[in-house]
Write a protein that binds this ligand. Structure first.
Ligand SMILES: Nc1ncnc2c1ncn2[C@@H]1O[C@H](COP(=O)(O)OP(=O)(O)OP(=O)(O)O)[C@@H](O)[C@H]1O
Ligand SMILES: [Mg+2]
Length: 351
């Protein structure tokens, strides 16, 4: 038996556009161990959503999958990329693998009562009577912490607050008892207190239902709260992966240092926010060598010529930077950066 319920292998995706081909996903590898939470972090445009859209069968029609595998299941893993579309729709997408997006209004139908939206999925996928589906919908609403669930069944989305709407979306996602829940920035549109409650809710549901969760975010504070493992993504590749402790205590990729240093300090309300210099490469013109080189003050000659492999640091920790090559010079982090890394560790309660 395999410990991973999902393994993405060498996933490679290009988008056809009028301006040319965009090589958005350039050989992505990551694992989701059963029952765990894996975070996918990285700046805007790094490829987090596209990767998960490939997993959930929601890729835009101009996407070309050049190669790779998305292995799902622990007993006899199946490759979702070669599975017939019909089977995927009937058995996997939205059923065994469900997704929750950032903006609940994109997932909810404004013209439909909440109760109907939740029962819709149940009636579609399960052999269940309408009355039983409604009973189950009320249970789901209670499960996601909606008070007066029976009454809320008749509400329309606009009658609810943002936080409640996101709970409804989560209830819809959970209706078919998925094995994997993908959350794409599920709390970004919400205020901080509501955000924390939704994070707690997902954690609690995970515990109760044995869900495996993939969490997409650019907020490392959220990562520290929810994740077991972290995958750091840059320009269509995973550049560092480790347990959440490894990423916060012992980050090795200069991009991860930048992301950590850029975490806002909530405690001291320090306004002097650090940001990584420059911007990510345009993947219409794929960079040669290490895509991060142009923004990396520790870059070496080889970074311009060759893409670094994943160097292994521990059983669970890998990073793709030439700085980890045995012949690379030892990098001494500037005191300012060291101090910022320590601060983000503190902010994330990792001290
Ligand atoms: N349908 C499409 N056609 C062309 N390019 C696309 C399409 N969808 C995504 N892309 C490109 O793929 C890259 C990765 O996008 P993606 O949405 O995965 O980023 P992300 O990491 O989720 O960013 P964000 O944090 O902003 O959500 C971007 O350069 C984006 O412009
Ligand atoms: Mg995204």
């Amino acid at each position: 038996m395999n410990e991973n319920i999902l393994s993405v292998r060498n996933l490679d995706i290009t988008f056809r556009t009028n301006a040319g081909d965009i090589h958005a996903i350039r050989g992505v590898n990551f694992n989701l161990p059963t029952g765990k939470t894996v975070a996918l972090v990285g700046e805007s445009g790094s490829g987090k959503s596209v990767t998960m859209k490939a997993v959930t069968g929601l890729l835009d029609s101009n996407a070309i999958i050049n190669g790779g595998q998305i292995l799902y299941g622990t007993e006899n893993p199946v490759d979702l990329l070669t599975m017939p579309k019909k089977t995927l729709r009937r058995e996997i997408n939205g059923r065994q693998i469900a997704i929750v997006f950032q903006d609940p209004m994109t997932s909810l139908d404004p013209t439909m009562q909440i109760g109907d939206q939740i029962t819709e999925g149940l009636l579609l996928h399960k052999k269940i009577s309408k009355a039983d589906a409604r009973k189950k919908a009320v249970e789901l609403l209670k499960l996601v912490g909606i008070a007066e669930a029976r009454k809320r069944m008749e509400n329309y989305p606009h009658q609810l607050s943002g936080g409640m709407r996101q709970r409804i979306v989560i209830a819809c996602a959970l209706a078919c008892e998925p094995k994997i829940l993908v959350c794409d920035e599920p709390t970004t549109a919400l205020d901080v207190t509501i955000q924390a409650r939704i994070l707690d809710l997902i954690k609690e549901l995970q515990r109760q239902m044995g869900l495996s969760v993939i969490y997409i975010t650019h907020d490392l504070g959220v990562v520290a709260k929810v994740a077991d493992f972290v995958n750091v993504m840059y320009a269509g590749k995973i550049v560092e992966v480790g347990t959440v402790e490894e990423i916060f205590y012992d980050p090795r990729h200069p991009y991860t240092w930048g992301l950590l240093a850029a975490m806002p300090d909530l405690e001291t309300d320090d306004e002097r926010l650090y940001s990584i210099p420059g911007s990510p490469p345009n993947l219409l013109h794929e960079p040669k060598g290490d895509a991060f080189a142009a923004r990396n003050k520790f870059a070496m000659k080889i970074d311009e010529r060759e893409t670094p492999p994943m160097f292994q640091i521990s059983e669970t920790h890998f990073a793709a930077t030439w700085l980890l090559h045995p012949d690379a010079p030892k990098v001494d982090l500037p005191p300012e950066l060291k101090a910022r890394l320590l601060r983000s560790r503190k902010a994330a309660n990792y001290v």
